[in-house]
Design a protein around this ligand. Structure first.
Ligand SMILES: Nc1ncnc2c1ncn2[C@@H]1O[C@H](COP(=O)(O)OP(=O)(O)OP(=O)(O)O)[C@@H](O)[C@H]1O
Length: 226
């Protein structure tokens, strides 16, 4: 289950936003996408989900060109997306928010997804009937992660999952993401800083003004030594 971007170009209102972006995320790999605000991280995520349109290049999934596949079909392939701003519906409960992808896409098995998510994050079971508006920012991120996992059983795209989250909860989110390796899930994590996830990632692509300027392999022996 490999995701590959080949020389992807995306323009918004004639302004070039992504300029020849190439990257690869392998099965069970956790890859970072690191860059300053405005570097193009969210646009990369939206290109992978099909929400942004390429003007050149390709998005490949297991070698198949999915560049023009609609977002709905990509969700059926097992792509899940957690947007930076969470986009929870305040008046819906935690469980209803997580079931949203299954309500709009009948091919997604919501109950099966919920069982998986509750098993992975038992703390969500306790808050399942609470309205989203009553949750802290960090708890909302957890719910957004749960919702992304309802569809995202093969590829998970997480946009700033640790931003604005208190350290204890950030550690928990990091733990949950790390445990997904056993499921063979590939994860791409966009971040403007690395603080919470160095030990989580295997590689990171650095993006600057719409271009990948380098790919770093993370040396875990350094983290283990400290
Ligand atoms: N709908 C839009 N209309 C105009 N410009 C846009 C639009 N969406 C993104 N951009 C521009 O594209 C560039 C990349 O934005 P993008 O959101 O992908 O960056 P980012 O790295 O995710 O940063 P952030 O974390 O601030 O969202 C920015 O310069 C932004 O202003």
């Amino acid at each position: 289950m490999t995701l590959k971007l080949e020389n992807v170009e995306v323009s918004i209102q004639a302004a070039p936003i992504l300029r020849g972006v190439s990257l690869e995320v392998g099965t069970g790999e956790r890859m970072g996408l690191v860059g300053r605000n405005g570097a193009g991280k969210t646009t990369v995520m939206r290109t992978i989900t099909g929400l942004a349109t390429l003007s050149a290049g390709k998005v490949l999934w297991n070698g198949e060109d999915i560049s023009t596949m609609p977002p709905r079909q990509r969700a059926q392939l097992g792509f899940g997306y957690m947007p930076e701003d969470r986009r929870l519906v305040p008046d819906l409960t935690v469980e209803e928010n997580m079931l949203l992808p299954a309500w709009v896409n009948k091919d997604i098995d919501g109950q099966k997804g919920l069982a998986f998510v509750y098993d992975l994050m038992p703390e969500l079971t306790d808050m399942s009937s609470r309205k989203a508006l009553l949750l802290s920012g960090g708890q909302q991120k957890m719910v957004a992660l749960g919702r992304a996992l309802i569809a995202g059983r093969k590829l998970l795209l997480l946009d700033e999952p640790f931003e604005g989250v208190a350290p204890a909860l950030a550690k928990r989110i990091s733990e949950v993401i790390a445990s997904l390796k056993e499921e063979g899930l590939s994860v791409l994590i966009a971040q403007s800083e690395l603080s919470h996830s160095l030990d989580l990632l295997q590689r990171e692509s650095v993006i600057e003004r719409g271009e990948i300027i380098k790919v770093n392999v993370i040396d875990h022996s350094l983290a283990e030594a400290t």
